[in-house]
Ligand binder design. Sequence first.
Ligand SMILES: [Zn+2]
Length: 321
Amino acid sequence: MDQLAGVFVANHSSFIQIEKMSNVFGKSALQSIIPVDLFLFLISNDLNFKTMNLKTNLVLFLILISVIFTSAQEVFKNKDLTITKLEKNMWVVETTDKTTMYLIEGTEKALLIDTGTKCEKLDEVIRKITQKPLYVVITHAHGDHDGNIGYFEEIYLHAADTVLLGKTYKGKVHFVKDGDVFDLGGKKIEVSHMPAHTPGSIVLLDRKAGTCYSGDAFGSGQVWLQLRPYAPMKTYIESCKKMENLMDVGITKIYCGHYPYVKKAYDKAYITEMRTLAEALVSGTAPEAKPHPQKVSIGSENPMMVTLGGATIVYDPEHLK
Ligand SMILES: [Zn+2]
């Protein structure tokens, strides 16, 4: 292969790299990090030897920048947690004990979903990401979701979970109900009641973005229904149906309450698998169940677990119906 042919091959692979980068970031996103003149130069069909060499070097440089650009999505880290920007105006907070918070920012206000188990000075940490007035909403009153509410003066919660809240919180508790909306300015977050995991479990919907933040309502691969106060399996089936209906009218992705385990958003198929499995449990046609290895203080003495595809239900056999 002579030198010119070598440069031609390198130049050709450069175009492939530009193409790949366009696919990863979207053409407009790529154009936004590259000046227009440079972008036009890179995609031009100039076969001059020197320009082709220059192009190859430029593309290698841009690939390096793009690697830095993607890894820079992690915006904060300390001993308790890591904050990563997942989408425009939306961050996931992953704690070292694998709990999850989500932070959403509008033009006027911001909203924090859940607070994790134990994160030192969580209020100050959140302030590093947004300085806007902050709503703190708890998807349900389990310790790994409301553990740090003490850092905030007010929280929002479904009234049916008051029984689980405990008496140590000194701030103001606002109750939310199905259909309530938090207006953040250019972004509206709607409450939808999805009981079963707890009586007051809620999910939060960003209908415009097609996003649902589900807490533990549908688990994170494994839904825990073996906890007191027990809900009948039909309550869970109803919540699954309600979620499936929401996914028929615009919700496309579900960010669960323990994101570090799954590192992705669920789609409708996950909820359908959960409902199918719950229905099979009630009708006695589910796959064979086995004992669940983990017993928790607020849970069944003899928890069982059953799996279908990507869905697992942990339940108390005494409280199926
Ligand atoms: Zn929970």
